[in-house]
Structure formats: C-alpha cells, structure tokens
Design a protein around this ligand. Sequence first.
Ligand code: HEM
Length: 460
Amino acid sequence: MPNVKSMDQIPGPKGLPFIGTLLEYTRNDGWGFKNFFAMTQKRRREYGPIYKENIGNNRFVVVSTSQDVEIILRAEGKYPNRNPIAPLAEYRKKRNLSLGVTHSKDEEWKKFRSAMDKKMMRPHEVTCYSDRINVVSNDLIQRLKRCRGNDGIIPDIEKEINKYTTESIATVLFEKRLGMFKEPIEPKTEQFCQSLTKVLEATNEIVTVPPFIFKYIFTKHWKELIKWSDIATEFADEIVEEKRKQIEKKIASNDNMTRSDDRVDFLTYVIATGKLSRSEANVAMMELLFGGVDTAATTILWTLYNLGKNPRVQDKLRSEVRSIMKDSKEPDANLIEKMPYLRSCVKETLRLQPIAFALPRIIGNDLVLSGYKVPAKTYVLIANYVMGRDESVFPNPSQYMPERWLRGSDRQGYNSESRFQYLPFGFGPRMCLGKRVAEMEIHTLLSKVSLFKLNLLPQG
Ligand code: HEM
C-alpha cells in the first residue's frame, strides 16, 4: 500500500526497555498510577492523534480520532477482546474462579454475555427494574433530608450516593434490600461496601506492574487485594446461594422461571437459563455488584457537582422535570424519555468526566490507523477522555453545556456527525453490560433531586 507507514514509525515516548514509561505514570510515593486521564492529554499534545507507548510490559497504540475509532470498532468480529486487568485476573486464577465477563475472551466471554444480555440490555426488559429503583431513590431522598445540616449541606454526600447505587444494584440483581440506609448498617454489609473501595484502591496501586513483580516483590497491595476480594466474594456467594435455594424450590415446582416479566429478577433469570455453572453465575453477580456501584455513583456525583457550578443549567433542568412530572409521582421510563435536557446533563458529565479514560481493545486484524499499518493482536486504547475534550469538535471544551446533546436546532457546541466521537459506555457487543440500569438509576435520582433545592455539592 503506497504511503502507509509501519507501526515502528508511530511517534511516542522512548521508554526504558520492559518497564517502558511506567515511572512517568506512577506517583512519587508509590506504584499507583498518577493520572491516566491527564497523561493521555499530555501525550496527545506532544505526539498528535496517534502514538504508541509501553506501559508495564505491554505496548499500546493510543488513538483519538473518530475515523480511527470507527475503523477499529467496525472491524470487530464476534468476539471483541480486551486485555484483562492483571491484578483482578490474577486473583481469579489464584482462587480458581472463572475470569467472568469482564476479563475473559472469545467463546468464554460470549457464554457470559449470552446468559445476561437479554435481561440487562433490552430496554423493555430493563423497565421492569424501574419500580424498585424508585423505591430506593425515595429512601435516599428521605435520608438526605434527615442528615442535611442547618446550612443545607449533606456531610458526606459521596457515602450516601454510594449507598444508593449499592442498594439499587442489589435490588436489580437479587430483588434484595441490603439495608444501606439503616443505622447502623449490618456489619457484614458495611464490610462488603468497604471491600469495594479497598479492592479498587489495591488494584490501582499495582495495575501497571507485571504480575511476577506484584506477586513476589511488592506484595503489600497484592495481599490487600486478596484479603478484600475474599470478603467481597464470600458476601456475594452468600446472597447468591440463598437466592439459589429459593429458585431451586420454584424450579422443582415447575414454575416457568425464564419468562420475562417483572416477577423474575436478574439472578433468577440467569440461573434458570442454565447457561452458566454455579461458580460462573456467582462470579458474574460479583462482577455486576462491583461494576455497578462506583461507576454510577461517580457519575451522579460529578453531575451534582456540574449542576452546582452551573445555576443556569440547574434551573433549566428543574423546569423541564417540573413540566414533565406534573402530577406523576414517580419518573418511569416513559417520563424520562420526555426529559431530553436531563439526559443531556448526564451525557455532558460523561463527556467531561468519563468513567473510563480509554476503551482497550486487542485488534483482530491488521488495520491502517492514521496512515500507519497496525498489525493484528496489537493492544489499542481509544482515548475517550481526550476525544471528549477535543476543541475542534466541542468548542469551549471545558464548559459544561448539556445543549451539545440536544437534537435539531436546539443543539449547540458539538461539531461532529460521527457516532464514534463519544462512547462513554463503549461500543458493540462488548459495550457496558450495565448501561441501561446505570442510566435508569442516574436519571431517576437526578430527576427527583433536581426538584428539591438541596445543597448537594461536596464540600472543599
Ligand atoms: C455511568 C455508569 C457506567 C459507565 C460510564 C460504564 C462504562 C463502561 C465502559 C466504558 C465499559 C467498557 C465497554 C467497552 O469496552 O466497549 C464497561 C464495561 C462493563 N460494565 Fe459498565 N459502566 C457503567 C455502569 C455499569 C453498571 C451499573 C454495571 C453493572 C450493572 C456495569 C457493568 C459492566 C460490565 C460487566 C462490563 C464488561 C462488559 C464486557 O466486557 O462484556 N457498568 N462499562
């Protein structure tokens, strides 16, 4: 092919052999990574829209134009693969657990998705969780009113929102209330919640370090990860087993368990389809509990922050919600559908503060990206964060402006027609499994909170 350059010619920082540019990514006080978000922006400024770099023992090609993203994602076959998060995958291997939906590849991954997609991804299936999420969000609102100080400030809003997402995802998965708004919370449940943070923290400390180093040399964080993952696994196992017993009883009485009505919760559905073994189903539930808490909570918190900083947007949102809710008590899927500004506020948050700084993929075929030939099996990163702040696409990129996501003549501040410019939940068969549930939790709560003049801004 004329004018196509080789992979070796892609620009990028010259790292030391093997440890690559790891030191640049890690903090001064340890191996935890400093800030991938900021690093991808720095690199983009230095090297342009495509660069390569070694992080730990992996070499990545990082892309940030919608054209390259489209080439990568359109070429995906039946099994889009990404590199597993090494510390979490190592833990699963150590405990002889399946790699689950997040870390597995090929047919193994497909088995998980085919057991879960229907009840998580189809819009009409997900609407059956709406009532439960409404109940949980009402409990949170009551609690916020109770714990609000005289100045209107909630002392630890982060903790409260985390309780909301934990309780919501548990009701979706198991139709079980964990009692997150009780005082005191049951010690086991409290410990489980702590484990969610501890596992993330320990993973973050060693994620860029190859397993043979974190397992045998810098063992402190690896031991922490094992300890807290064991606690989380045991907690999830207990709930799943309790539920399983109830389900087995029902199956024995010949109840039709796979029907898709609101009497069948997610776990019941997964078990009844019989596509996953006992241990695989347990791992899958733990992954969803893990994947479901911090992601949705962080997005809610950032949206509250953005609304707090932008009174104009807050007022516009409030009047939209008021006009649509009128006499309705609860915002269901139909009402949320009629609130484009609410949905745009969340989209705009995920542009500025996406959950994933990049989407990782292992490409299946040789591809030409920005004029360079990138061979099959290369690890690529789609730089979500950088793309959301591209000035040529989003004028005044740091401004929080939900109008960018409105339709037709109401749209302002978004200059791209490509659907590959903005992918906060990923794309294709490997996209976020919890997207619809997360959106339901976030929209439901924000529509309620926006009606109250609560001061929800985190302090400091
Ligand atoms: C605002 C909230 C959330 C955001 C922004 C988010 C974002 C993402 C992204 C970007 C991916 C990678 C997709 C890809 O590679 O194409 C992903 C994967 C995943 N997410 Fe989420 N997520 C959120 C909430 C949730 C929730 C609530 C759950 C659980 C109910 C969840 C479960 C998962 C799982 C299991 C995967 C792995 C899917 C696979 O590998 O097949 N996520 N998420």
